[in-house]
Design a protein around this ligand. Structure first.
Ligand code: PMP
Length: 340
């Protein structure tokens, strides 16, 4: 299939890339699903497409209608692009702490951007709740309908990974996959891929890689939703059991500090030429931990959710890293010495 009928047809079918340095270091074959190669630059294009298709199928929205969402950025970019391709307007609510690059991209692709202060989910002014209220209001006045994408609790998100990401991993490895490790934002990727792989291979080991500040590692190991610490990663770090996580439980859970994860992103860029975002750092560290746990000779798949270009002002900025007490690689120090 070399000609795609449009943007929608260009989503998914991303390659698995062998991460040679991590594989050599662990004795396992570590493969990264290159989701940053999706047209919107992230794994969230898949969820965006399935959410919009589901809303169309339910008759909730017609061309000319509006899609509203609260997002750390990537889902909004996916919704805006698919929205443009299928004839919908998008209103995106984003916490102001998210990277400038993602906000610039959202404006560039035509989303109407509403920036709100970053407050916890329990606060009624949390970005997710604000987006729900905007959608409910627009639904009363928009002639072609307005929907709340509601990625956290809309299981069309997980279904995207049950039907596409998981089967792609299965087919591309020829079923030779022993472990899958991923961080969680909504949980769509981890729970969806887990469902697809487990029904094909019940013995596959599914691992959660949780950043500090998230509560899921504590939940899956002690039964209590408890969080401590923080992370500079974006798009991941969940504090509750979303609808996409309902009925799901990982076999293994890791809690990964940024100090362990972030250097791997710099390594993989320097040694393999892959420029990745912060959630991929947590995933790479999770893959290394799972490789150690399973022992050499296994094949482990993880998710390279988006690109480092989305975080040049933060993850790839020496001054920012220093302000967070994180190690700065020498080449980055030279590169950003003037601005920092
Ligand atoms: N990484 C990045 C960069 C993301 O934007 C997201 C989604 N917010 C994730 C990982 C997590 O994916 P999911 O929502 O499917 O758990």
């Amino acid at each position: 299939m070399s000609i795609r009928a449009g943007l929608v047809e260009a989503i998914g079918a991303t390659p698995l890339i062998e991460l040679k340095s991590l594989s050599a270091a662990t004795g396992c074959r570590i493969l990264g699903k290159a989701e940053f190669l999706n047209p919107g630059g992230s794994v969230k294009d898949r969820a965006a497409l399935f959410i919009i298709r589901d809303a169309i199928a339910r008759g909730a929205i017609k061309p000319g209608g509006v899609i509203v969402e609260g997002t750390a950025g990537n889902t909004g970019i996916g919704l805006a692009l698919v929205g443009n391709a299928l004839g919908f307007r998008t209103v995106i609510v984003i916490p102001e702490t998210q990277s400038r690059e993602k906000k610039d991209m959202l404006r560039l692709v035509g989303a109407e951007l509403v920036e709100v202060p970053a407050v916890p989910y329990a606060n009624p002014n949390n970005y997710v709740k604000v987006s729900g209220r905007i959608a409910a209001k627009l639904a009363l006045s928009e002639p072609n309908g307005a929907i709340w994408a509601n990625q956290f609790d809309n299981v069309a998100n997980r279904q995207a990974h049950v039907e596409t990401t998981g089967p792609e991993i299965w087919d591309d490895t020829g079923g030779a996959v022993d472990g899958l490790v991923s961080a969680v934002g909504t949980g769509g990727t981890l729970a969806g891929v887990a469902e697809a792989l487990r029904c094909r291979k019940p013995g596959v080991v599914i691992a959660l890689a949780d950043p500090l500040g998230a509560a899921l590692h504590s939940y899956y190991t002690t039964g209590e939703l408890k969080a401590h610490g923080s992370s500079i990663t974006e798009g991941i770090g969940q504090g509750r059991i979303t609808a996409n996580l309902e009925g799901f439980k990982p076999d293994v859970s890791f809690q990964i500090p940024d100090e362990e994860a972030i250097p791997l992103v710099f390594d993989v860029l320097a040694k393999e030429g892959l420029c990745l975002g912060g959630s991929s750092a947590i995933n790479l560290a999770g893959a290394v931990r799972l490789a150690k746990q399973l022992g050499s000779g296994h094949t482990i798949v993880t998710v390279l959710a988006d690109s480092g270009t989305r975080y040049q002002s933060k993850l790839f900025n020496a001054g920012f890293l220093r302000s967070k007490g994180l190690p700065v690689p020498a080449w980055l120090e030279r590169h950003t010495a003037v601005e920092a």
